[in-house]
Design a binder for this molecule. Sequence first.
Ligand SMILES: [Zn+2]
Length: 453
Amino acid sequence: MLHDATQHEELGAEPWDEGRVRAAIRQIVAETEEAFDPDLWWPLHPSDEDGTAFDLYATHALYVGAAGVLWALHRLATADVVQLSHDYTSAAARLHEDYLRHTGGEAPAVPGLWAGEAGVLLVADLLAPDPRRRARLDAVIRENARNVTRELMWGSPGTMLAAAEMHARTGDERWRDAWAESADWLWDEWRLDDELGCFLWTQQLYGKIATYLGPAHGFAGNVLALARLVTAERRDLLAERATDTIRRLAFREDGLANWGPVAGSALEVPGQGIRVQWCHGAPGIVTSLATLPSEPELDGLLVAGGELTWAAGPHGKGQGLCHGTAGNGYAFLALYAARGIRSGSSGHGHSQLTRSHRSSPSASDMGAAGSRCGRAISGPQCSRSSASTGSRDSLRSTRGDGPGSVRRGARAGTGEEAALGCARRACERVPPARAGGCPQDSCGACVRGGDPR
Ligand SMILES: [Zn+2]
């Protein structure tokens, strides 16, 4: 068995209803806009409260904070899915300054995409372009080039995506240069694992050394970042190595495929079960490697991963992209956008991915391609994805006396002190200091939190 049925929901019989989904999106956006506070940004969803003192990365950053919310609102508005009731330009313009104002202690400024300056600056630039912020984004991308986490969330693959996005937005070649500086180092760090016989990256992350496969923390995200602006001389080798790695490490049964979270380890992790989600498992592998050129062996693996994702059904962990139904639906959208492969019911409860001859799907087609997700998006759990009064109060209660004052834990100190704490085994939940900032051998242990669920 390649998935754990207890981690997924039963598929419903309701057909895709675009109107229902659009109405649900409008409702979520309306609640999100209502929850905006100019001083406190947005309240944390209770599921994002991890009980630590590191709420700065959640209140301001891209992964679960204000930068992510601002991007989502902007994206939905520019796609004409919703009409916003507020103009968030000024909010976006001051987000980075506010982020820096709160940094220090256990939450120092870090360069990364998901939890650091790059993500904040990338979103700010989208709504409120500014030459000084662009210069700072260029600097943090370069500063992060040799981050020993070697993964998307904190490391250079994430800041490479920021550089590639800026290149796409502006056409300015300085972003390609910034991307290439990180790419050259990351490419050299991609090593042949003698035991497994394939090329992998090693992460120094959360106090551990591991070889993660999923896009959040390892291989798939690194391939995704390298594919964005890859040079002609590396293009074929990138695809060959990546395909060989997922072929060797795939768990396959009856036309389905899944991948464990760590190279060479079992598919099932004690206490975690078998994961079929974007950050760990087939959906993230499929989504990331679908950006590579079409090739029969690679396409066969991606379809097998898509079939497994489809067979597993909506994710019981909720609606999120990282470890939820939206992330699994993202795999279907990626297969359709890159390969013209549609998902659809066979009418007998079986999975079925079929190849379409269309290469340029419309927005409504993209919705249909992910129709299995529609039920979950518009289902009763969707109310959990919008802010609640309860979580707002919870956030306020953690913030001390004044607006915007960030809660500090017992180990508060300067960023450098936090990094120094690594040697004292005190910093396992502290983000990486600025690149090269860990004076204790750059062990990479000084990173917040734990593995995405
Ligand atoms: Zn996750």
